[in-house]
Design a protein around this ligand. Sequence first.
Ligand SMILES: Cc1ncc(COP(=O)(O)O)c(C=O)c1O
Length: 402
Amino acid sequence: MTKRPRAQFAAWLQTGNTITQQFLAIGGQPDMVSLAGGLPAAELYPVETLRAAADRALTRWGSAAMEYGPVEGLLALRDAIAQRLRAQTGRAFGVENVLLTTGAMQGLDLVGKALVDAGESIVVQFPTYLGALDAWRPRCPVYEKLDWNELERPGFDATLGRAKFVYAVPNYSNPTGVLVPQVQRSALLEKVLASGTWLLEDDPYHALQFEGETGPSMLASAAARSDGPYQGPVIYLGTLSKSIAPGLRVGWAVAEIEMIRMLALAKQSTDLSSSIFTQAVALDLIERDFDLEHARKIVPVYRQRRDALCAEASMHLAEWFEWDVPPGGMFVWMRARDPRIDTDALYEIALQEKVAFVPSSVFDPMGKDRSSMRLNFTRGSPEVIKEGVRRLETAVRRYLHR
Ligand SMILES: Cc1ncc(COP(=O)(O)O)c(C=O)c1O
């Protein structure tokens, strides 16, 4: 029998990247200091609280927690999330506005699946969250730029008019750590309303607020514009990954009813339903406001780690990089002042020096920007972070004297 070549993988896979897998693998190497991942501090995961919550959830739900659930998720948890939204905004959010997802990551995937056909455009921040670019890769979109400082630039209204949706992370963005001011959020919302497009607000970091105030979400601002059931253009993604633990894989999308229906249709063919067991655990935690309580506990630790990173970087990296101290979140975005620095190339040398970061090229929708790098400050202790920064200095010196 003649051997025939196997069928090819789909074309979009040729454009994919393995960087996320690489970073997860690097994080596991004992002698490596990884400033690359976007991971919480493992020693702060509330394991005992989760054990007790799981116990209570199993007592309450029994074998029902082991079943396939409704595609929209556990009704009581959807209701608890809607209740919170009603309390926060004074507006009429109901269970029908909430879809539970396997992390916010699945929300990104589902919005792409529900809205985008090949060649259609999405307006995103440059740089933007790598996971979002990954999620939408199979949809083959075209990316247009959202520049918060240039919302009035000629042509931007037309860009919005063509786009299927705008994607924004206004609170302590990944990768830049930027907190977008309320005036800019309002200005964008006005434009989105005028253009008839959707706005996807991805908000995993809002609880990681070190100083100042985030102000209302864009979802809340959109809801405030009318009474009655929510009908705004904002699709909001929430998650327990950063305020409790990513291992729960509990996230949610909030949107007007028709969009929730379409996202549920998209989700049905992805996984039927997310884990009802972890949703039952999440319900127990949210009913006790444990996520809010736990965030208050981790914030001072993360603030101290951010300060350690920035202080050490001032001593060791300021000659070649500049950055803004982020008022929250998990990342410092370092921009090279020295035009000789290409962070893709620096990355290879940094790995030899046993330190990892994420180069800017992977966050650039065009894949080109090599001028910056993202450093994480939440995973390691201040001592480990400082050691990482010192290794980076060694790497930069070696890179420049090659
Ligand atoms: C901006 C952004 N969106 C979504 C996610 C994914 O979150 P989840 O763990 O809820 O899937 C992350 C995780 O790092 C993120 O930074």
